[in-house]
Design a protein around this ligand. Structure first.
Ligand SMILES: N[C@@H](CCC(=O)N[C@@H](CS)C(=O)NCC(=O)O)C(=O)O
Length: 228
């Protein structure tokens, strides 16, 4: 099957699906579509044929069956691989993991808006100013910190439900945002952030993103050019 993704540097939703498949060693072909939304670009010419929402990620089976939306991709992959603990095995842990993914899917909007993922760039000054001035950002991070700490305390870590699961893939881009913007979190949350960043599937994604060396103005609220 193929996983269509956007720029690895910017596409947090692509990262969730890509990291999930890689973490569980599920074979797939990665197809990158550069975020170039101009008329005639590869993205503009092809995205409508691949994705009904014109968004990535999209998982496409060899027979053409497509699954879009990150949460649906995680569920589909888990259905296809019941032998893998993509979701925690315990029903209550599984429910918690799904709650956290759903919360991530629809929530934390301030964090997502003001601290967009940009793997190759570090904005500690921007992060510090945002932290001082933006109460909604602080509230998002506080809620995330509490949710992580509750799960880690119950499981004993190092990941939210012990071993790596779909919930951790969901928070991998958040670990990047926290580190790139230097946002403060509790000790336990910081250890989890670092465990996420050190997971081989996350490290591989980050290494690929660093190699992209691309600049997409639409995804760059804090830079006018690379290395600016
Ligand atoms: N809810 C969707 C969000 C997907 C999404 O917003 N993808 C972004 C890239 S991270 C995208 O394709 N943006 C292109 C556009 O908005 O035209 C999911 O979970 O997959």
């Amino acid at each position: 099957m193929k996983l269509y993704i956007g720029n690895k540097n910017y596409s947090s939703w692509s990262m969730r699906s890509g990291v999930l498949l890689a973490a569980f060693d599920i074979p797939f072909e990665e197809v990158r579509l550069r975020f170039d939304f101009s008329a005639g670009s590869e993205w503009t010419r092809t995205i409508g044929d691949i994705s009904p929402t014109r968004r990535v990620p999209v998982l496409v089976e060899d027979d053409g069956f497509a699954v879009w939306e990150t949460l649906a991709i995680a569920e589909y992959v888990a259905d296809r691989h019941p032998e893998l603990p993509i979701w925690p095995r315990n029903p209550q842990d599984r429910a918690r993991a799904r709650s956290l993914c759903a919360e991530m899917h629809g929530g934390f909007s301030r964090l997502r808006t003001v601290c967009p993922m940009n793997i190759e760039a570090f904005f500690p000054d921007v992060g510090e100013t945002l932290w001082q001035e933006d109460a909604a950002l602080r509230a998002d991070v506080a809620r995330m910190d509490a949710a992580w700490c509750d799960a880690l305390a119950a499981s004993g870590g190092p990941f939210l439900f012990g071993g790596f699961s779909a919930a951790d893939a969901y928070f991998a881009p958040v670990a990047v945002r926290l580190s790139r913007f230097g946002l403060p979190v509790s000790e336990a949350a910081a250890a989890y952030r670092d465990a996420l960043l050190a997971h081989p599937a996350v490290e591989d994604w980050i290494a690929d993103a660093m190699r992209e060396q691309d600049f997409v103005p639409e995804d760059e609220p804090y830079r006018q050019a690379r290395h600016a």
